[in-house]
Structure formats: structure tokens, C-alpha cells
Design a binder for this molecule. Structure first.
Ligand code: SAM
Length: 306
């Protein structure tokens, strides 16, 4: 996921729906202007986490007409995604004359689009804000899949589909995965479907149809009581446990200390206000990153891939 951030530049950060205040809190004095979910700011280092899409080096462009807007955007590059928060009608008329960007939902396993996708908005009738380079290959960071509404027992599987698509990487056949907080089994279903060997750990039962998968072994116990020494080497440790992020941090540190886990992907679930202190502790773990997936609610996904 390349996400370059030249120093001393401006960025426009699009907050996930419902999380503008969290983004503003992270940016503090670097935030300059807020336009609905879009916060124009001095480029922040470390990069903010409550972001659906980062617009790198956005430009203000004066436009005389709809045709002029189209001409000026096309002169910069081909593909543009509209973020519309005002002047909807005028923005839609501009968007109609720009090349169509596929809005088709993705089939899981297909790669994320690779063509550069810029973002633009109308700040007012005569001013565009436009950025040809953005962090997400998806319009406004929204990843939509052709969903499986029958097999997985929960919609949590969409988090893993999105994560693996963004990473361009996922567990390989035969790799060993621990799925902590696995019930009812959406994540285990994804992992076993990829051919990985899965130990699904939860106090609650897995959906019987998922538990019957030959690649899945279920452990009906607390993930916090699991002894890493008894588990041995782990290729991927997943956690979607409902618990306070501080408790998850202790769990992650316990497993990291063994040196026996190659990769982590864990959901931080905030109950009540966002726990920024713990969030920063996760973000500070070397070679790791925190991100907000489109499929995340009041949650973040922490990953460490080496
Ligand atoms: C959001 S659900 C997980 C959904 C799952 N990833 C899926 O795809 O179906 C959270 C799970 O955390 C489990 N949980 C809570 N405390 C736990 C603990 N101490 N050990 C293991 N699982 C726990 C709950 O029982 C619940 O099933």
C-alpha cells in the first residue's frame, strides 16, 4: 500500500463516515479547513489513522464553467472520483463528462485497481479542490465486493476480504493461522477457503457448517488463556476479539515476545470514546501500521507483516 508523504506539503484527509472528530483530534493544529468529511491539513507525520482516503498535494483550481472544470481535470489525468458534499447538481454535471470509473463491485481474489485515481470536490461554484494522487485505489476509499450472503455466518468476513485486497497478500495454502475471537466463523471461513490451516479460538461456538471444514480446528476457550509455547510457530495471528484495545495490546505484546508469530492482523474495537493512547501504542510498534477499513465500524485494523 504505497502512501508517500512529501514533507512540508498539504494533504486533504477524507474521514470515514462518522469519524471527522477523531481525524480532527489526530491532526490537532495541523488541520486548516474542514469541508464536511474532508479535512485540509499540513501533511501529518505520523500519518493519521482515521482516514478513508488521503489526497496528496491537493490543488485549488478556479473554474469558469462546467466545461472548464472538465477540461482542467482531464488535462491533469484521466481517472477521477468525485467526493460531493455541496453543489451536488453542478458536481454531478462535471462528473458525467469525465471518463467513467468502474463502480462494479469487486470479486474477492481480483486485484485492487492499479490505474491512478484522483479525487476532486467542488468547494464552491467556481473552485475545485483536486488531487491526482490519492492513497486509495477506490473512490473515496470505499471498497465494495460481490458479497456471499449465504455461506459466511457473519459479515465480518468483509474486513478480511478488504484487507487482503489492499495488501495484495493473504495466507497461502498450508500456512498456519490462529483466529482469536473466531465465532461465529466468518474469518475462519475466509482463511480455510484460502487453504490455510486454522485454529479458531472462542468461548462461543463456531457455526457448525464452518466448524466442519477440514482445515479448521476449534478451541472453546478464552484467547487470553492460550499458552504461546504450546501453540508453536504461527504464520498469521488474527484477532477480532471483542475487548478493550488496551487488553488486546497486552495480548499482542505477549505473542510478539515469543518471536514465533510472522504476521498479525487484529481489530481494535473501541467501546465508548476512542482510546487514542492505546491507538498510539499500536501505531508505534515497529514495522506495523494501523488503518481504518471501509468495513470497520468504530474499529481500526492493526497489521504487522514482518
Ligand atoms: C465480532 S465477534 C468475531 C467475529 C468473527 N471474526 C467472524 O468473522 O465471525 C467477536 C468475538 O469475540 C469473542 N470473544 C470475546 N472475548 C473472548 C475471549 N476472551 N476469548 C476468545 N474470544 C472472545 C466473542 O465471543 C465473539 O464471538
Amino acid at each position: 500500500m504505497p502512501d508517500p508523504q512529501p514533507p512540508d506539503s498539504l494533504s486533504a484527509y477524507l474521514a470515514p463516515e462518522g469519524f471527522v472528530a477523531d481525524l480532527q483530534h489526530e491532526l490537532g493544529g495541523d488541520a486548516l479547513e474542514t469541508h464536511d468529511r474532508l479535512v485540509l491539513a499540513r501533511t501529518a507525520n505520523p500519518r493519521p489513522v482515521w482516514v478513508a482516503n488521503t489526497w496528496h498535494a491537493p490543488q485549488r483550481i478556479e473554474i469558469a464553467s462546467i466545461g472548464d472544470a472538465v477540461k482542467k481535470l482531464r488535462a491533469i489525468q484521466r481517472n477521477w472520483a468525485l467526493y460531493s458534499y455541496a453543489e451536488h447538481r453542478r458536481a454531478a454535471l462535471i462528473a458525467e463528462q469525465l471518463p467513467k470509473v468502474s463502480a462494479k463491485p469487486l470479486s474477492f481474489g481480483a486485484p485492487a485497481p492499479s490505474a491512478p485515481l484522483g479525487s476532486w470536490t467542488l468547494l464552491d461554484k467556481t473552485t475545485l479542490l483536486a488531487a491526482p494522487r490519492c492513497s486509495s485505489p477506490f473512490p473515496n476509499g470505499e471498497v465494495h465486493f460481490i458479497e456471499d450472503r449465504t455461506t459466511p455466518p457473519s459479515r465480518a468476513y468483509l474486513k478480511l476480504w478488504e484487507l487482503f485486497t489492499l495488501l495484495g497478500e493473504h495466507p497461502k495454502p498450508g500456512e498456519f493461522c490462529l483466529d482469536l475471537g473466531a465465532s461465529p466463523g466468518g474469518w475462519s471461513w475466509v482463511l480455510a477457503g484460502l487453504g490455510a490451516r486454522v485454529h479458531s479460538v472462542d468461548k462461543a461456538p463456531l457455526d457448525p457448517a464452518i466448524a466442519a471444514h477440514p482445515n479448521i480446528e476449534t478451541l472453546r476457550e478464552s484467547a487470553f488463556g492460550l499458552d504461546p509455547a504450546k501453540v508453536g510457530p504461527v504464520d498469521w495471528l488474527f484477532s477480532d476479539i471483542v475487548c478493550y484495545p488496551a487488553r488486546l495490546y497486552t495480548l499482542v505484546e505477549k505473542w510478539r515476545a515469543t518471536g514465533n508469530v510472522r504476521r498479525f492482523a487484529c481489530t481494535l474495537k473501541f467501546q465508548g470514546p476512542t482510546d487514542f493512547d492505546t491507538m498510539r501504542k499500536f501505531a508505534a510498534i515497529p514495522d506495523s501500521r494501523l488503518l481504518h477499513l471501509h468495513a470497520n465500524k468504530h474499529e481500526l485494523t492493526w497489521i504487522k507483516l514482518r
